[in-house]
Write a protein that binds this ligand. Structure first.
Ligand code: AMP
Length: 264
């Protein structure tokens, strides 16, 4: 019963109650030093600041000294969001590196082909296109990415993997700015021979040698121009991801990104 009654009080009332009890308990000489501070609701200034209420003040609850919490020198309270596009030829390791980067940096990993696979549950023709190694219709992937980027979980940024892949997609992405302006493009640099080796080891439906070669050709003629278009406005990081040792490739990705972040 007692608890129920107390919980009905608001913060200000509770503060007054505490102050009144303290005032009754402490000798007059100690009162001037007592202040109740509520950092979580602390405005920097303003007549209604319900903080720093001094027992020595003429009326209880009147604004008094409002302590301001400043960050220690060199410590920033806010970190700028990091919005990355992860690009590279088929088999470059976008998915593997993207997953790890996402886990380490705490950024959502948005994978274009995952969005498409989810959509394909209601439209199997989309999966057939993907399995043939062809790009899906740009309107569809643009709409899916746009919807995903409009959700509320991207305050810290994101890693956008496999988008854009066409000029129209790159232009659409840039039109989605400024709310989701991309900060950098990470392009995984891997020579063809290593790509072929990885693809052969993967065994996806679109990983046969013939389909892979077609995907690589599409990559060169259609996707590279889209990345180049994006890179006109956005810094392009090109870590060497050629090593068959995933950790070594990741170390290069991380190094390139850390350098970029330190110069921002
Ligand atoms: P990925 O897993 O990134 O290799 O993509 C697998 C397949 O999904 C591609 O071969 C395309 O069929 C489709 N796809 C993924 N991203 C895109 C995109 N941005 N535009 C068009 N098709 C895409």
């Amino acid at each position: 019963m007692r608890f129920a009654a107390v919980s009905r009080y608001d913060r200000a009332t509770m503060k007054k109650l505490i102050l009144a009890v303290l005032a009754a308990l402490l000798p007059a000489s100690g009162r001037a030093q007592i202040r109740v501070i509520t950092p979580s609701v602390m405005p920097l200034q303003g007549p209604t600041a319900p903080i720093g209420t001094s027992l020595g003040a003429p009326s209880l609850g009147a604004p008094a000294l409002a302590p301001v919490l400043l960050p220690a020198p060199g410590v920033s309270l806010e970190t700028a969001p990091l919005r990355l596009v992860l690009a590279g030829p088929p088999g470059a390791g976008k998915s593997t590196q993207g997953k790890r980067l996402s886990a380490e940096m705490g950024l959502p990993h948005i994978v274009a082909s995952d969005l498409l696979r989810e959509y394909a549950k209601t439209d199997p023709a989309v999966l057939e296109t993907m399995n043939r190694g062809e790009l899906v219709n740009p309107e569809l992937i643009i709409a899916l990415v746009k919807e995903r980027l409009s959700r509320k979980d991207l305050q810290k940024g994101f890693i956008l993997d496999g988008f854009p892949r066409r000029l129209a997609e790159a232009e659409a992405l840039q039109k989605m700015a400024p709310q989701i302006a991309v900060d950098a493009v990470i392009f995984l640099n891997v020579p063809d021979a290593e790509l072929l080796r990885r693809i052969a080891a993967r065994g996806r439906p679109d990983d046969t040698e013939a389909i892979f070669k077609a995907r690589l050709a599409t990559y060169r003629s259609v996707t590279m121009p889209a990345i180049e278009r994006l890179a006109k406005d956005v810094p392009l990081l090109t870590p060497d991801a050629a090593s068959s040792d995933i950790d070594a490739g990741y170390a290069n990705v991380r190094k390139a990104l850390d350098e970029f972040i330190s110069k921002r």
